[in-house]
Design a protein around this ligand. Structure first.
Ligand code: KIV
Ligand code: ZN
Length: 522
């Protein structure tokens, strides 16, 4: 069976999801998980977008061992220079250049002729090849491009030195049979294609991203571009976990394999969901909370007799284990380190100290700490943010016939400002008191709460989005007390806001969004 390369673009296309803005530590953490998952390529970002993006891509390029690290560039020298500067220290760097090829993009967005786009593609691939042999070319909006022109530009791209040819369904328009036929046509008509790899990149506007990626494999694609949890622009991208488990479970139909360690899928999904604040729907294929739950009596009966009756994948194959009650307040640092290792976390001494302190704090309140609790602690602690504002204490009074009131004391660079405020509810009162203690106001954009495990003393995780100085930042808080979790999440978002150096702002404006309007040739 031949191998299909898995190209993960969570950190580039995924980061273009509405409302998502990851900091450098978050991105590094995701990249480490992707390496543990054994993806073949990590698309680390679009370095020209901002200095912060450039620095994050460079940091990933420096530390990641194993996967190729790719950086995106439009077809101009400035973009390519920035991409190369960011990835030059990677063990295996790749420059990924793209330009739109459909008439609607060329005439309405780029204001270029087909010929100009072809020249720009060729010149930029040749330019990128001066830095590395590993150059990928993407024809944006390929599925709405005139087929003869697509064949022409891809043939020219291969001739210019592109080793991977990506054929994106940028707007999620193709049907599976059309997309498969497109790959068959390109395989037959792009001369000199071999040994270049044909790649699929699909969006989920019609819910067909995974089906289209699998159809492309049938048509000859040997690289799949995808993101964890399918996050991405608009309706998102092809979900890595779906396409990988599709190929694995139906190896008989697709006759290809991947190098992915599927037992890492669930933890990668949880990490990305936690860091981006994008929840995973319960009925999501492969990694949703209900993906392996059987509710109906007939199903449960079948499962008790033979798991094959209703289960086509084993839960443990995607990393879903029975949560063991592993540790309690008497557990020591050594036992904790061993458990962390079992769960797949390799932490530095400093990180372990931080996470162990949080574990001890939790174990004082919760007699049995489960694997899921530990994963949640690790998720909130790592990729952490400098604590400019700390929560010293809070006190809340509330009831069905009382006005909710909160008093909060903060730790603000050595000062201990205190403030009391009333609110529409206890959470609102806490947030107002925090604002009062800081003598500035913030706008709560979104508030979400979920239980990490079952049971009355479950850890509660609160995820907020807060507008801090005109920029929306994500904050997370974890506690057995949901009011404390709320306060911690709010303070966490404020800390992110205070720490932001302006790079977020740039990432969200042009040219961070891929209009390609600067694709004016090199
Ligand atoms: O959807 C798309 O066309 C892209 C390209 C930049 C590869 O994301
Ligand atoms: Zn895309």
């Amino acid at each position: 069976m031949s191998n299909v390369l898995i190209f993960d673009t969570t950190l580039r296309d995924g980061e273009q999801s509405p409302g998502v803005s990851l900091g450098m530590e978050d991105k590094l953490q995701i990249a480490r998980y992707l390496a543990a998952l054994r993806v073949d390529v990590i698309e680390a970002g679009f370095p020209i977008a901002s200095e912060g993006e450039q620095a994050s891509v460079a940091a990933i390029a420096r530390v990641i061992e194993g996967p190729i690290v790719a950086a995106l560039a439009r077809t101009n020298e400035r973009d390519i220079d920035a991409a190369w500067e960011a990835i030059r220290e990677a063990e295996r760097p790749r420059i990924h250049v793209f330009i739109s090829t459909s008439d609607v993009h060329l005439s309405q967005m780029l204001r270029m002729s087909r010929e100009q786009a072809l020249q720009a593609a060729v010149a930029s691939i040749r330019y990128a090849r001066r830095f590395t042999e590993d150059v990928q070319f993407s024809a944006q909006d390929a599925t709405r491009t005139d087929l003869d022109f697509l064949v022409q530009i891809l043939t020219a791209a291969v001739e210019a030195g592109a080793r991977t040819i990506n054929v994106p369904d940028t707007v999620g328009y193709a049907t599976p049979s059309e997309y498969r036929q497109l790959f068959e046509s390109l395989a037959a008509r792009v001369s000199g294609l071999n040994p270049a790899v044909l790649s699929t990149h699909t969006h989920d506007d019609l819910g067909l991203a995974t089906a289209n990626a699998l159809a492309a494999v049938e048509g000859g694609a040997r690289q799949i571009e995808c993101t964890i949890n399918g996050i991405g622009e608009r309706a998102g991208n092809c979900a890595l976990e779906e396409v990988v488990m599709g190929l694995r479970t139906r190896g008989d139909a697709y006759r290809v394999t991947t190098r992915i360690d599927s037992s890492q899928l669930l933890r990668s999904s949880r990490l990305v969901s936690g860091l981006t604040g994008i929840p995973v729907q319960p009925n999501k294929a492969v990694v949703g909370a209900n993906a392996f739950s059987h509710e109906a009596g007939i199903h449960q009966d079948g499962m008790l007799k033979d798991r094959n009756t209703y289960e086509i994948m084993k839960p443990e194959d995607v990393g879903l284990r029975e949560s063991k009650l592993v540790l309690g307040k008497h557990s020591g640092r050594h036992a904790f380190r061993v458990r962390m290792k079992d769960l797949g976390y390799e932490l530095s001494d400093d990180q372990l100290t931080e996470v162990f302190a949080r574990f001890k704090h939790l174990a004082d309140r919760k007699p049995h700490v489960s694997d899921r609790d530990i994963e949640a602690i690790v998720g909130t602690q790592l990729g952490g943010v400098e604590e400019i504002v700390g929560l010293d204490y809070f006190l809340v009074t509330s009831g069905n016939s009382a006005i909710p009131t909160a008093t909060v004391r903060l730790n603000l660079c050595g000062d201990r400002p205190e403030f009391s405020a009333c609110g529409g509810g206890p959470v609102d009162a806490i947030f107002r008191a925090i604002d009062g203690a800081m003598d500035r106001s913030h706008r709560l954009v979104d508030y979400r709460i979920e239980a990490v495990t079952d049971g009355a003393n479950a850890l509660g995780q609160v995820i907020v989005r807060v507008d801090v100085q005109g920029q929306v930042h994500l904050g997370r808080g974890l506690s057995t007390d949901v009011l404390e979790a709320s306060a911690l999440a709010y303070v966490n978002a404020i800390n992110r806001g205070l720490q932001a150096d302006g790079s977020t702002e740039e990432q969200q404006g042009e040219p961070g969004r891929l209009s390609g309007s600067d694709s004016d040739g090199s």
